[in-house]
Write a protein that binds this ligand. Structure first.
Ligand SMILES: [Zn+2]
Length: 121
């Protein structure tokens, strides 16, 4: 890999890394979510009903509601269609299992990405 590409890679790692402390200063949680979740040709999937939605129709939902101190970090953000997000409200029912499910998927995808990277090298 050329040094130039490596520099870009390092920059992107810093910009989009979840643990980066200064990123929150210039990215709101919606931008953060979309930066970390590449879409399938501009389509996103509602975490609740599974419907395919366009970015402009997607709501970024806090799994632990902000009202209860839910954070803007990626582990707490999921994509929802406007209908599901409106009907969800700021309730704590189902939050724990939702959080586990969401982050299990994220972890599995990360492992898959790492494997793909290794295979492609
Ligand atoms: Zn939905």
């Amino acid at each position: 890999m050329s040094i130039f590409l490596r520099v870009i890679e390092i920059f992107l790692e810093i910009r989009y890394s979840e643990k980066n402390f200064w990123r929150g200063d210039f990215m709101n949680y919606r931008e953060k979510y979309f930066a970390a979740n590449k879409s399938d040709h501009g389509w996103y999937t509602c975490a609740k009903c599974g419907k395919k939605i366009r970015k402009k129709d997607a709501d970024i939902d806090h799994i632990i509601p902000q009202k209860y101190g839910g954070s803007d970090e990626l582990y707490n953000l999921q994509c929802m269609c406007k209908h599901c997000n409106r009907s969800k409200q700021a309730k704590l029912k189902g939050v724990a299992s939702n959080l586990v499910k969401h982050n299990f998927k994220r972890a599995a995808n990360k492992v898959l990405d790492n494997l793909k990277e290794k295979i492609n090298k």
